[in-house]
Design a binder for this molecule. Structure first.
Ligand code: ADP
Length: 295
């Protein structure tokens, strides 16, 4: 196991219980942590990245404890936070050189070699003379990954990386993460966007209200929603009624009314046909079941 999390709790000053008895063994490869805003994902990422201590419990990374063996853990880890900022005065290659210095790569020649290699890896070599804070959103994230990888870590932690990216940049960024995981780097990705998970992660966890409510493969999560997705043809009034009782995922104008998809154990009083679940259906099923809305 690359990362082992045991009985982890975080209670912020003021009493907010952000993590509740989190236990997970995260395997190598690409791992997705999915959950709605406020679920506790960033809190968990920050504790993993050694930027905050838990209230109780432990995290070990390749056998090193994040609290007691900070130095060893830092050398194994790269981190890309949600709101990564660049200094205005640095060009792209200068910024990476700075990151390389910070990570302890001291020889100028070795640093240049490493900076050029990382610029190539993330597809920014041609942009190396541009000022980092003037790059597009997608390029900035890629530069963020380059700084996280500059010291050859074994694990990188990436918090909500595709928020605000356009679809093309999102796909490019996801591909970069999956290529990284193929080079023997464990990639821990946190997101509230289901599409970030489905195509790339072999293992995932779902978090809600500070707890891990699912751990396994995307296929296993999908299985839980089999037989729970319904397609119905409804009019305006019926749509309002159904929407107040069940999670409605898709609403498409059809004829005089709407064709809708509902995620629920059953849809009482309506004629509905089953349809094949996708990961978004499964996520909604799981989160709503957890909130005790129905079932
Ligand atoms: P997510 O990343 O899933 O959106 P967070 O880890 O940011 O979730 O937040 C989990 C909970 O902890 C939320 O209720 C949030 O308001 C709270 N929280 C986050 N940071 C702090 C903080 N510094 N002080 C107090 N409460 C916080």
């Amino acid at each position: 196991m690359s990362i082992s999390i045991k009985s982890l709790n975080k209670i912020y000053a003021g009493g907010n219980h952000a993590l509740r008895d989190v236990n997970m063994d995260i395997p190598a490869g690409m791992f997705g942590l999915l959950g709605p805003n406020g679920a506790g994902k960033s809190t968990l990422m920050r504790i993993m990245a050694n930027l905050m201590e838990p209230s109780s419990g432990t995290i070990s990374i390749f056998g090193y404890d994040t609290v007691r063996q900070r130095k060893e853990v830092r050398s194994l880890l790269g981190y890309l936070p949600q709101d990564f900022r660049f200094f205005a005065r640095y060009k792209t290659h200068e910024f990476l050189d700075y990151a390389a210095r910070l990570s302890g790569i001291s020889g100028g020649k070795e640093r240049k070699r490493r900076v050029d290699e990382m610029l190539e890896t993330v597809g920014l070599f041609d942009a190396r003379e541009r000022y980092a804070d003037k790059l597009s959103g997608g390029m900035k994230r890629r530069l963020g990954i380059a700084q996280a990888l500059i010291h050859n870590p074994k694990v990188i932690i990436v918090d909500e990386p595709t928020t605000g990216l356009d679809p093309e940049e999102r796909i490019r960024f996801r591909n970069l993460l999956s290529e990284t995981s193929e080079r023997n780097v464990a990639v821990i990705l946190s997101t509230h966007i289901v599409g970030d998970i489905s195509s790339t992660c072999r293992c995932m966890a779902l978090m809600n209200r500070g707890e891990v409510s699912f751990f396994g493969s995307p296929e296993e999560l999908l299985k839980q929603a089999e037989g729970k997705v319904w397609r119905l043809q409804v009019n305006d009034e019926e749509l309002r009624e159904i929407d107040s009782k069940y999670p409605v995922i898709v609403t498409v104008p059809s004829g005089d009314g709407w064709e809708i998809e509902v995620v629920s154990d059953e849809v009482l009083g309506y004629s509905a046909e089953h349809c094949q679940p996708n990961l978004e259906h499964a996520y909604v099923y799981h989160i709503n079941a957890g909130l005790g809305l129905w079932g």
